[in-house]
Design a protein around this ligand. Structure first.
Ligand SMILES: Nc1ncnc2c1ncn2[C@@H]1O[C@H](COP(=O)(O)OP(=O)(O)OP(=O)(O)O)[C@@H](O)[C@H]1O
Length: 677
């Protein structure tokens, strides 16, 4: 893991001592981690930030969020960044990691061993975010394998597998290595502590010299919180520079840290060894009471208290001035590495991290592997998807049941024309809704993962989007086949293979268009809930203007474009054409007798019609299209459906399926790029 054995070494222009703090003996709550401490120490890097001033805008007014903040984090130490809410912890962390800094004006320098890396700092550091984001269907080991393949792609498989085993051991994840991670709220999950350790494990696969952890203890009970901090401490002891924002740690957890950076009102009011903070506060007349959690004391003393704002601010500014004139501040400045153009270690690590990044082919392969697992592993979800489709097909089939279903034995009559048209309409609608919601329920969840990994630079977004769509194809090909098979048997659609395949192809295209629209809605919607809420109102106009409820001519001109982006419009026409173009039926409606007075002639002809086969029937057909459909072409004519539109419709459906996906991708890419990292 490490590259050096020395406990003291020179990097850039300074010597770093792996002091490891006074808590370097093993803590009982460290998951029994042999830990990084069990392996040889690595050469570390020092992170310096010099005179950082960060300005944002609030209510159209410039607001200084960080005031001239300077500091250093040394290799081998675990630093706690603390402060009351709004003190500037996240802003400092974001500035150091170059994330979430859109709209902020930053002056000052951030350097790694004296080298200003800019966005390349992401190649030399890991960022453990507050919220753990995983693909719930993967096991712990598979999740790590996915990360190893993408982050260490130039290393051999055996190296990657060894690395996976090593981080599993270091993070104490052996017991749950083969366990499915799970999705909170949807399925059984590994514990919160295990999730946090898994987050850390996926970041330390590449041995980053710097680790940033944003509130790693949030949501964990005190035992797990302590264990997670101890884990970070173990990593630090191995030579890693670890910075960690933390909210009100218990005294036991606070004890684990080596150094403390205390922020208040965007100012650094203390930075130095954790244990010396007590002396500092005592020296400025704010001593910590005996048996009182020092962390609570420091935060309390540097908080702007409600009702005592002015008093608090004056007090904080005084602490800040005291700190600025203290030895601690001078030591920080004296201990910072002088700015240099390059450092061999930093250059090597950055180069290796870039070189190890997976190429497009590996990214595609791994993303497809993960997408297939995530879409098909969960048997209950996969079963639900199939069940929902089969269930809908059976219900529609029962409503429009025709027995015997074979049109040769049971020729269509006029009632059948209406019923079959109704069945086709129901099928298109239920099909469209089912497929659209399939995506709307799942993709927003996936979007969160893609966003996180996109910012981590794991892979290009378009490959992830492509594989996500590709992984759904087996389902989109299988389901229409089953759905249509059931409909054919129960409703008695036109019995020819050419009609079946034509309908099958159309159904696939409808499913692809509906899912494409689902991706687009999911890309637009900011949250899962929003996606579910806006999906129906965004789908209904397409249904309305799809030609079922409004004749094309009567569509208001300003809505006409909706017709052209409606897969209902193209899909329904093709299904009707497939059903009726080959002649279809003929005969009289069973209800026609009721209208005997009005349609006397028709009724008389009908009595002569005793069809025993399709052709027999057609010989006796009624020629008056006002009261009956003579054959399938009359049905198509009545609804203005045209056979010659068949391939045009297929082309348009392909266009919609691709177009909606392209739009979804562009929206996602734009939103990811425009939003903060
Ligand atoms: N982009 C921004 N533009 C303007 N003001 C901002 C911006 N980001 C943060 N702030 C403000 O800067 C201050 C510090 O915010 P920051 O999120 O860094 O604090 P914090 O210490 O992390 O707080 P918390 O513990 O509540 O997360 C807050 O008053 C916040 O409203």
């Amino acid at each position: 893991m490490g590259t050096g054995e020395d406990s003291e070494m020179k990097v850039g222009t300074v010597n770093y001592a792996f002091d490891g703090g006074e808590n370097s003996e093993k803590n009982e709550t460290s998951f029994g981690i042999e830990g990084a401490a069990g392996t040889s120490k690595r050469r570390g890097v020092q992170l310096d930030w010099k005179d950082l001033t960060v300005t944002g805008t609030q209510n159209k007014q410039a607001k200084t969020i960080l005031h001239n903040v300077s500091g250093s984090a040394k290799p081998g130490t675990l630093m706690a960044i603390m402060g009351s809410s709004g003190a500037g912890k996240s802003t400092l962390m974001n500035t150091l990691t170059r994330r979430n800094i859109n709209g902020l004006t930053i002056t000052g320098k951030v350097e790694v061993s004296g080298v200003s890396l800019g966005e390349d700092i992401s190649h030399i550091s890991a960022y453990i975010q507050q919220n753990d984001v995983f693909i719930g269907a993967l096991t712990v080991e598979e999740h790590l394998r996915f990360h190893a393949r993408l982050k260490l792609s130039k290393k051999s498989k055996s190296f990657q597998e060894d690395k996976i085993k090593e981080v599993i051991r270091i993070m104490g994840l052996q017991k749950c290595a083969k366990t499915v991670i799970g999705t909170p709220g949807l399925s059984k999950t590994i514990s919160g502590g295990e999730m946090k350790r898994l987050s850390i494990a996926s970041e330390i696969l590449v041995d980053p010299p710097i680790i940033f952890a944003d509130e790693p203890t949030s949501g964990l009970d005190s035992y797990l919180a302590s264990a997670v901090c101890q884990t970070l401490k173990d990593l630090a002891r191995n030579g890693t520079t670890v910075l960690c924002t933390i909210h009100q740690p218990s005294s036991e957890i606070f004890d684990i840290f080596d150094s403390l950076l205390l922020l208040s009102m965007g100012r650094c009011v203390y930075l130095g060894p954790k244990n010396e903070a007590k002396t500092f506060f005592q020296s400025i007349g704010n001593p910590c009471r005996e048996n009182y959690n020092p962390a609570d004391h420091y935060i309390w003393e540097t908080s702007v208290l409600e009702g005592k704002e002015e008093e608090s601010k004056t007090k904080i500014l005084k602490i800040w001035e005291n700190f600025n004139s203290s030895n601690y501040r001078r030591q920080i400045e004296g201990g910072q590495v002088e700015s240099i153009k390059s450092d061999p270690l930093v250059a090597d690590v950055t180069k290796e991290a870039k070189a190890n990044k997976a190429n497009w082919f590996v990214s595609f392969y791994m993303l497809l592997w993960r997408a297939l697992i995530s879409q098909y592993r969960d048997k209950s979800t996969a079963g639900m998807k199939f069940g929902q489709n089969i269930g809908t097909a059976i219900i529609v089939g029962l409503v429009y049941l025709r027995i015997p279903w074979n049109a040769n034995d049971n020729p269509y009559d006029q009632t059948d024309v209406f019923n079959i048209n109704g069945a086709i309409f129901s099928a298109v609608c239920s099909f469209s809704f089912a497929y659209l919601f399939l995506v709307v329920f799942s993709f927003p969840r996936m979007k969160v993962v893609l966003r996180r990994e996109y910012y981590d630079g794991l892979y290009p977004l378009f490959i992830a989007f492509l594989t996500e769509s590709a992984a759904g194809l087996p389902f989109l090909f299988a389901m229409p086949f089953i759905f249509l098979g059931i409909q054919y048997c129960m409703i008695g659609l036109f019995p020819s293979w050419s009609a079946f395949w034509a309908m099958y192809l159309t159904c696939i295209m409808i499913a692809l268009s509906a899912t494409g629209y689902g991706y687009m809605i999911s890309a637009i919607a900011p949250t899962i809930e929003a996606a579910n809420a806006i999906a129906p109102p965004l789908m209904v106009p397409l249904l309305l203007f799809g030609g079922f409820f409004l004749q094309s001519d009567s569509v208001p001109p300003w809505f006409i474009w909706l017709k052209y982006i409606s897969w209902f419009y193209y899909g329904a026409e093709n299904l009707y054409v497939a059903q009726w173009r080959d002649g279809g039926f003929c005969g009289l409606s069973r209800q026609t007798n009721i209208l005997a007075g009005f349609f006397r002639a028709a009724a008389q002809n009908a009595s002569e019609c005793a069809p025993t086969s399709f052709n027999d029937c057609c010989e006796y057909q009624i020629k008056d299209p006002l009261i009956s459909f003579v054959d399938g072409s009359y049905v198509l004519e009545t609804y203005s459906y045209k056979e010659e539109h068949w391939w045009r419709n297929i082309g348009c459906l392909v266009g919609l399926a691709v177009g909606f996906r392209l739009l979804a991708y562009c929206i996602l890419a734009f939103k990811f790029r425009a939003s903060n990292r």
